[in-house]
Design a protein around this ligand. Structure first.
Ligand SMILES: NC(=O)c1ccc[n+]([C@@H]2O[C@H](COP(=O)([O-])OP(=O)(O)OC[C@H]3O[C@@H](n4cnc5c(N)ncnc54)[C@H](OP(=O)(O)O)[C@@H]3O)[C@@H](O)[C@H]2O)c1
Length: 286
């Protein structure tokens, strides 16, 4: 019998991709959403939809009832709030009898003592529950969601670390690995680092999108202040901009440049390249 799976963050970038991946495999997950109206447009209609709001513990308890496996996604929050929310959710999952948590962390969290994801990983490891830590690098899809507005509207991209190399990962690969972790015991109590097949700079990424979508996107690096102005154009709020600037500092030091073999090992195929992503998403940019 298939395990009963709850997907949190189900209306987000990874959660919606993962929910569709499970449905494609004939598995009907329970998807936790704040707003039923988003469900149909994301193709999650056939799933078992339930209201889940992290600010309402009774909704969490209700959503966790009878769950064997939990995909745990923490939204963008200040580090302390994020770690506290992760710990609260692990405690509630344990109380509800969940057996295995697949948590969405970040690449090299273990090398970043300030990472809230590391706090959550360590807490989960000592909770007595089975875990699978998924540690992805920057998503390809950040270009078609977070950074899309100025790319589309003004044909420009502007962050001061434009030459920094990153082994960008496709969320479809994250979803494929998450599905494997939820549907088998193969990845039990393991940490999987998720990167693309190559390391490219933001500038090279923008050049690839420009070429494939046949639009001229200007990539001006500028300085940190210019980057803040660019992120405002992306409709980011001050706190999110501060977190991004911190992340970009780390990125410029090569923290996210390495390529890891985990996807090839687990899925038996190479990860999706940035070029394939740009081909599949080119309509978004025009
Ligand atoms: N972007 C990257 O490159 C990257 C790389 C590595 C790791 N990560 C990690 O990935 C995570 C974000 O994943 P994502 O991009 O898939 O997220 P996302 O697209 O921003 O979606 C966030 C999800 O969380 C839900 N959510 C927000 N507040 C909630 C609340 N109070 N109660 C219940 N649900 C709530 C949202 O629901 P609504 O639709 O209702 O708002 C949405 O489903 C973060 O932890 C981040 O650190 C990101």
């Amino acid at each position: 019998m298939d395990p009963t799976i709850l997907i949190t963050g189900a209306t987000g970038t990874i959660g919606s991709e993962l929910s569709r991946e499970l449905l494609k495999k004939g598995v009907k997950p329970r998807v936790g959403v704040r707003d039923f109206e988003k469900v149909e447009s994301l193709g999650l209609g056939p799933a078992d939809n339930i209201i889940l709001n992290y600010e309402d513990d009774s909704s969490i308890r209700e959503a966790f009832k009878g769950i064997d496996k939990l995909f745990l996604l923490l939204p963008g929050l200040e580090p302390i709030e994020k770690a506290q929310l992760g710990i609260k959710l692990i405690n509630l999952a344990k109380g509800a009898g969940v057996e295995h948590i697949v948590d969405l962390s970040t690449m090299r969290s273990v090398d970043d003592p300030k990472s809230p994801h590391l706090v959550v990983e360590k807490y989960l490891e000592t909770s007595g529950l089975n875990y699978t830590h998924l540690c992805p690098n920057w998503f390809n899809q950040n270009f078609s969601n977070f950074f899309l507005k100025p790319i589309k509207q003004f044909k420009r991209f502007g962050i001061y670390t434009a030459d920094a190399k990153v082994s960008f990962i496709d969320v479809r690969d994250i979803a494929a690995i998450a599905a494997k972790a939820l549907l088998s015991d193969d990845l039990l109590n393991q940490t999987i680092t998720l990167t693309g097949p190559e390391s490219i700079s933001f500038k090279e990424a923008i050049e690839t999108i420009s070429q494939i979508a046949d639009i001229e996107i200007k990539c001006d690096a500028g300085n940190e202040e210019d980057t803040r102005a660019f992120l405002k154009l992306c409709n980011w709020e001050e706190k999110g901009i501060n977190r991004m600037v911190e992340l970009l500092r780390q990125t410029s030091e090569g923290f996210y440049a390495d390529v890891y073999p985990d996807i090839q090992k687990v899925l038996g195929r190479p990860p999706i390249s940035f070029e394939e992503y740009a081909k599949d998403y080119k309509e978004c940019f025009v």
